[in-house]
Design a protein around this ligand. Structure first.
Ligand SMILES: Nc1nc2c(ncn2[C@@H]2O[C@H](COP(=O)(O)OP(=O)(O)OP(=O)(O)O)[C@@H](O)[C@H]2O)c(=O)[nH]1
Ligand SMILES: [Mg+2]
Length: 307
């Protein structure tokens, strides 16, 4: 059954993909899945997080962006980590969803709202991204809510963070300032069809200049008219992986450290290694706190380089 699921996933079966996304987002696993995820993925997708306060137009812009990306011939997966507005193809694409064009081949959209809360999704995001990489998606877009710890984790897993703001944001823009300076790789003034957009672009540029931050593009776009969206996609592609810190790979790397340590500890234990057995026994019998046992095990692994 599990074996069959992986085999179908490898043959690009969409149902198998959907099933595995559900499992991984819930933090479930099985050995065949772990083995596949431990392999180097066929594709290293460009992972773009779209963040910003409520109602700024994240879903609408993601909808426009994925159309542009599909028209460019690239495959794209969309994850929405948004508890307030569960997302379906219909919600994100509005009326354009009924177009029925080839845009929808090579496109996967999933709302993670219903699955165990946002923090939980963030915990499993590195594995989720790796799963999508194994399927071969070229781009992954993530809609996040722009606040809270879960959101920070999502942004750290992304390669590029796009922060949306809207015209005449006033005080809100001040509030966003910290976010702009800390996390945004690109700022988009969305709702560029509304009055005041150009003024807001200038304000945001001013803030960025004041902070002497590394060059962050400030673009104007409208998810309503589609204006500025192709330019945004071109800009996202122009960000070279050398300039953009590859946060996706860092999370994958840390995941592998944990997996490798667990594998080696289990191996030593099954070989009745004296040091490992002693630590386990001390922990089981309550003489060693869990954190101390973990430290001791990591130290033991270090002294067993051949394991
Ligand atoms: N005029 C104008 N309205 C827009 C634009 N983009 C989005 N909107 C409208 O703004 C409202 C919110 O858009 P959403 O895309 O749902 O915003 P969101 O940031 O995903 O909202 P949450 O997920 O609830 O935080 C909707 O009524 C959209 O139609 C735009 O470029 N111009
Ligand atoms: Mg939304």
């Amino acid at each position: 059954m599990a074996h069959d699921l992986i085999a179908r996933f490898r043959r690009h079966d969409r149902t198998a993909l959907a099933r595995l996304v559900t499992l991984v987002a819930r933090g479930e696993s099985f050995p065949e899945l772990d083995a596949m995820l431990a392999e180097d993925p066929a594709m290293k997708p460009r992972v773009v997080a779209v963040t910003g306060s409520g109602g700024v137009g994240k879903s609408s812009l993601v909808g426009r962006l994925l159309e542009t990306i599909r028209q460019d011939g690239k495959t794209v997966a969309v994850l929405a980590c948004d508890p307030q507005s569960p997302l379906s193809g219909g919600a994100i694409l509005g009326d354009r969803f009924r177009m029925g064009s080839s845009i929808y081949d090579g496109l996967f959209i999933r709302s993670l709202a219903a699955v165990g809360g946002r923090g939980a999704v963030a915990d499993h995001l590195p594995r989720l991204l790796r799963l999508l990489a194994h399927y071969g998606f070229e781009v992954v877009l993530i809609e996040t809510v722009g606040a809270g710890q879960g959101d920070v984790a999502v942004q750290q897993a992304a390669e590029v963070v796009v922060l949306l703001v809207q015209p005449e944001a006033g005080d809100e823009l001040q509030w966003e300032k910290a976010g702009i300076l800390e996390i945004a790789d690109v700022v988009v003034v969305n709702k560029g069809d509304l009055p005041g957009a150009e003024k807001t672009v200038a304000q945001v540029r001013g803030m960025l200049d004041l902070a002497h931050a590394s060059p962050v593009a400030v673009l104007r776009a409208s998810a309503k008219t589609g204006e500025g969206v192709p330019e945004l996609w071109r800009h996202l592609q122009s960000l070279s992986p050398k300039v953009v810190p590859n946060r996706l790979n860092v999370s994958l790397l840390f995941d592998r450290v944990a997996e490798e340590a667990a594998r080696r500890a289990a191996q030593l234990w099954s070989q009745h290694d004296a040091a490992v057995c002693e630590i386990v026994a001390n922990w089981q019998e309550g003489r060693l706190a869990e954190s101390a046992a973990v430290d001791a095990l990591l130290n033991t692994l270090r002294s067993h380089p051949e394991a």
